[in-house]
Write a protein that binds this ligand. Structure first.
Ligand SMILES: *Cc1c(COP(=O)(O)O)cnc(C)c1O
Length: 386
């Protein structure tokens, strides 16, 4: 009991990196789905969630899946990525982007990032040449919208078109962000979203693949439900996956989606507050929007100029931790990951530098203006002593 109570006290005071928001409406949405008896994977909430999500993004349709990773896997599979292919992946991302290519027997080629911290379109041609020199071909690219900041999709599409490369956008972090197409995910290519517990909107765990290609969505839905043929018995002509989002979690998703615009607004305000409160501290930058779109500000990320401060990001992380505030280094580049040691790369050093200088600050539902003040004070006072 004693440890349990202590853990509860701690949880009540600790500030998290990206705490999910949950409301009474969320709870009753889930309770209704349960009491309505729709405990099977499929059901009315799943279908409604897909429709509402597609409408929100501005696409023809969507498939609810067990995770963003599953959406990436089946999206790439539909694009025809297979054994021996090469897939372009930005080196700064979460491992799942590159794992999806590996599930299909493909090899990721890691491209460095541009000033928006996303796949640098200027490096695509060199990625294509790297594949050729290894006797292979780049069949797909997975641009990521890092921390909710939209990638330069217009330039990426232009370059990919030159080399006949299919695109699957990893928009897992960017739900509610916008680019030249409108909402991120509404463009010409399919896109994957995640509803993991730490994302801007959650079903505790889940994902969605969106596309204007209804044939693609039907095929993915079929693969995701164990490739079951439409007959009374279990008939299989394909290898399937158990990847469907459940109806109960979809009910939570529908409730969360209603609040998403407010959540985007709130996270943008948090990021603006960090910027405002840190603007007089030299050598600090808060990630900004690119000229081609607006971030959903999923996470507020700062960089500490490594010429002004050595190892500041790590020191600040320790300092915040000592104050019961969770922060996290920016994604460790994929080309530095032991598991991808043998993958080809096209690097400029920008991803390495970001990993050295970047820190993700608390941005979730427990971050009030007072919390931002406190964090900015801790950072400002500490840097003044360096
Ligand atoms: C979270 C995330 C994913 C994976 O989503 P899951 O729902 O956790 O499987 C993929 N790519 C990026 C960039 C992510 O941040």
């Amino acid at each position: 009991m004693a440890t349990r109570r202590r853990w509860k006290d701690l949880a009540a005071h600790r500030i998290y990196l990206s705490k999910a928001s949950s409301t009474a409406a969320d709870a009753s949405a889930v309770a209704e789905a349960v009491s309505g008896g729709w405990l099977s994977p499929s059901g009315p909430d799943l279908q409604a969630f897909e429709d509402e999500f597609a409408e929100f993004i501005g696409v023809e349709g969507a498939v609810g899946l067990a995770s963003g990773t599953a959406a990436l896997h089946l999206g790439l599979k539909y694009l025809g990525v297979s054994q021996g292919d090469f897939v372009l992946v930005p080196t700064v991302t979460f491992g799942a982007t590159a794992f999806a290519a590996a599930y299909l027997g493909a090899t990721p080629i890691f491209l460095d990032v541009d000033a928006s911290w996303n796949m640098d379109p200027a490096l695509i041609e060199r990625g294509v040449r790297a594949a050729r020199s290894l006797g292979g071909r780049v069949t797909a690219a997975i641009p990521v919208d890092l921390y909710g900041t939209p990638a330069d999709m217009v330039s990426i599409r232009e370059e990919c078109a030159r080399f006949d490369i299919s695109i699957l956008e990893d928009a897992a972090e960017a739900l509610g962000a916008t680019n030249n197409d409108g909402r991120v995910g509404s463009g010409l290519n399919p896109a994957a979203f995640s509803f993991n517990g730490n994302k801007i909107m959650t079903t505790s765990s889940g994902g969605m693949l969106v596309s204007d290609d209804l044939e693609m969505l039907d095929k993915v839905r079929y693969w995701a439900t164990q490739a079951r043929e439409p007959v009374a018995w279990y008939e299989h002509q394909d290898i399937g996956f158990n990847y469907r989002l459940s109806n109960v979690l979809s009910a939570l998703g529908r409730s969360q989606l209603c609040r998403l615009p407010d959540e985007v607004q709130r996270r943008r305000e948090v990021r603006n507050l960090y910027r405002e409160r840190l603007k007089d501290v030299p050598g600090i930058c808060v990630q900004d929007d690119p000229s081609w779109g607006l971030s959903n500000a999923w996470l507020s990320v700062v960089t500490f100029d490594s010429f002004a401060y050595t190892g500041a990001a790590a020191k600040i992380m320790d300092l915040l931790e000592a104050n019961e505030i969770e922060s996290r280094p920016t994604w460790k580049p994929m080309h530095q990951q032991p598991v991808f040691a043998n993958s080809p790369t096209v690097l400029t050093g920008s991803g390495d530098r970001l990993f050295e200088e970047g820190l993700c600050l608390p941005s979730g539902s427990d971050v009030t203006p007072q919390v931002v003040e406190r964090i900015a004070d801790l950072i400002g006072v500490h840097l003044a002593t360096i």
